[in-house]
Design a protein around this ligand. Structure first.
Ligand code: MLT
Ligand code: MN
Ligand code: ZN
Length: 306
């Protein structure tokens, strides 16, 4: 399995358009230890021919152009076999509306995320220009299913959704009851090699079933949004703690770095990094701490092979 990081940042990217925090200022100044990042999007393939994208960022067009294996192989063609949505946040779903040039799309998502994106959404009508423009495949937590391409051909990968503490997207807050399908992590398995990727880019906590799923993986991508719970408050940039936004911080005694210390996976990557996070600075003590724990911080262009 090939895993290509197309974008490693949280919503807003790095630097963020309206942010003058020290990290964003350094990134704009071209500091070598603060490399700009686009918003979270990853390509996954078993054969190098057909690719799955967990999440479709607002920057998907330039992300596709940045990576030759995602370019068309014919006059009308895309190697992108499907998009997998792990929640309905705009930084994960807006890119779907940018893939509207009359090409059939296959999207794997929970029923809740499908409803949240398609119902009462006039923009979605641009993806209904011909019958079958978008096909949705229901991800039912706990059930492993083949990750097939749009034509039903096997791609050598399987997928299993794992309910993960999260929150509804901001635009649906207060409109619906909480639902375990509103945020998931996924296990993606290469059926030939058995290699298993756990992809949890938004996680408000680590439940026992999540931990069991993470322990099955050879490679883990995990929520690296914030280093500290009060990161935005300390910088004077907001009033919410990380957990209020359903992101477990990386640092501290109850953070993910300490709680995931005994993971079996030898490859561990933090992704969906917010622009305020000191992990973005390659020389920071926080970066050294995660690297000492066997973790990498995702960068645009990073590749992992399983
Ligand atoms: C998040 O990761 O918490 C969301 O992307 C926030 C947002 O949608 O603004
Ligand atoms: Mn986000
Ligand atoms: Zn910033």
């Amino acid at each position: 399995m090939r895993i290509k990081v197309l974008g490693a940042a949280a919503g807003g990217g790095f630097p963020q358009w309206n942010c003058g925090c020290p990290n964003c200022r350094e990134a704009r100044a071209g500091a070598p230890d603060a490399l700009p990042l686009t918003q979270e999007c990853v390509g996954i393939s078993a054969d190098g021919e057909r690719w799955f994208l967990p999440n479709a960022s607002p920057e998907i067009r330039s992300q596709i152009e940045s990576y030759a294996p995602l370019h068309p192989r014919g006059p009308r063609h895309s190697p992108i076999a499907a998009v997998v949505l792990t929640n309905g946040d705009l930084d994960h779903t807006l890119g779907i509306l940018s893939l509207r040039e009359s090409h059939p799309l296959l999207i794997y998502a929970t029923e809740r995320v499908r409803q949240g994106f398609t119902e009462n959404n006039v923009f979605y009508r641009t993806l209904m220009r011909f019958p079958g423009q978008v096909t949705w495949r229901d991800l039912v937590p706990g059930r492993e299913s083949a990750l097939d391409g749009a034509d039903g051909s096997p791609t050598g990968l399987s997928i299993e959704a794992v309910p993960t503490p999260g929150k509804p997207p901001v635009h649906l807050e207060g409109l619906e009851e909480s639902d375990p399908g509103e945020n998931i992590g996924v296990l993606i398995r290469d059926r030939a090699t058995g290699g298993c990727l756990a992809y949890f880019s938004a996680a408000g906590d680590i439940t026992s079933p999540m931990r069991a799923a993470l322990d099955r993986a050879d490679c883990v991508f995990f929520d690296g949004t914030f280093w500290a719970s009060d990161e935005l408050i300390a910088l004077g940039l907001g009033t919410k703690h990380a957990q209020d936004m359903a992101h477990l911080p990386v640092g501290g005694p109850d953070g993910s770095l300490s709680r995931l210390a005994g993971l079996r996976a030898s490859r561990r990557v933090y992704i969906h990094i917010n622009n305020t996070n000191p992990l973005l600075r390659s020389g920071s003590p926080e970066r050294k701490q995660v690297e000492a724990g066997g973790w990498k911080v995702a960068q645009d262009g990073m590749e992992v092979s399983l």
